[in-house]
Design a protein around this ligand. Structure first.
Ligand SMILES: [Zn+2]
Length: 124
């Protein structure tokens, strides 16, 4: 992708900020969460990022990037976060995409992927 530094920041935030990524299909309204859309939201007080597990894997990756951008750039408006998350997604390399997919895939999906020997995430 064009700016490797933004991916590095996303990765660092994902690995070292203490955030948990939680896949769920329950989108109850909760206090303190930013951007409570139908795809995902972040609860900074709980260090939790909720992702809708009923949407496609790549949509989940975009959502994860979106929520991480809220954490990294709290001053950004929703529109900018939205535009940036899609642009970042479109410029991910295959290993970068695979790294992010791992966080938003259900165990059964990872198992199925390994079983079918389609080790490259690009096969999705
Ligand atoms: Zn948002």
């Amino acid at each position: 992708m064009k700016s490797p530094s933004i991916f590095r920041r996303l990765k660092k935030t994902l690995l070292y900020s203490g955030y948990r990524v939680i896949l769920t299909d329950r989108f109850a309204r909760r206090k303190g969460g930013m951007a409570r859309g139908s795809k995902g939201y972040i609860l900074p007080d709980d260090l939790a990022i909720f992702i809708n597990k009923t949407i496609g894997v790549n949509d989940r990756v975009i959502t994860l990037v979106h929520e991480l951008l809220h954490e990294i750039y709290p001053e950004w408006q929703e529109q900018r976060v939205d535009r940036s998350s899609k642009r970042i997604f479109n410029h991910l390399t295959v290993p970068q995409l695979g790294f992010l997919q791992y966080f938003v895939m259900l165990p059964a999906e990872i198992k199925a992927m390994l079983k079918s020997n389609q080790l490259s995430p690009a096969c999705w």
